[in-house]
Ligand binder design. Sequence first.
Ligand code: FES
Length: 157
Amino acid sequence: MLELEKNSLSEEIENLVKQFGSERQALLQILQAVQRKHKHVSDFAQQEIARLLNIHPVEVYSVISFYSFLCSEPKGRNIVRLCRTISCDMAGKDKVVTAVKRELGITFGETTNDGRVTLEFTNCLGMCDQGPVMLVNEKVFTHLNPEAAVNILNEVK
Ligand code: FES
């Protein structure tokens, strides 16, 4: 990260601390604001937040790891989440897993080089009778098979 970028990120976090306060309770709001703008909370941002709230960086990192809507690495423009819980598993999730990995050339937990897609697993989405289920950003797709999943991925820009 360039020095200029660091300075502007520090300034931005200082402003968030002014807005939300420097108490420990402000941590989540500050993290959400950084995540919203930058799509992740970088190591540097975590250190700055810890410094300004006077807490240990490990505490900041543990909050990020706890909440699935926060992340420390940049993600793709689209987040594709496949349910890995038992009903979807029994409905043929593994074949869908193989197909989407092959199609995107990445494995779960990774992002395509062009930043188009991040592939993740998720736990039960509450549509167990319609599995396998996949979430593309906010949209749910049910009754998937490998071909349908690949077609859906090809529609994602
Ligand atoms: S097990 Fe996949 S939606 Fe419930």
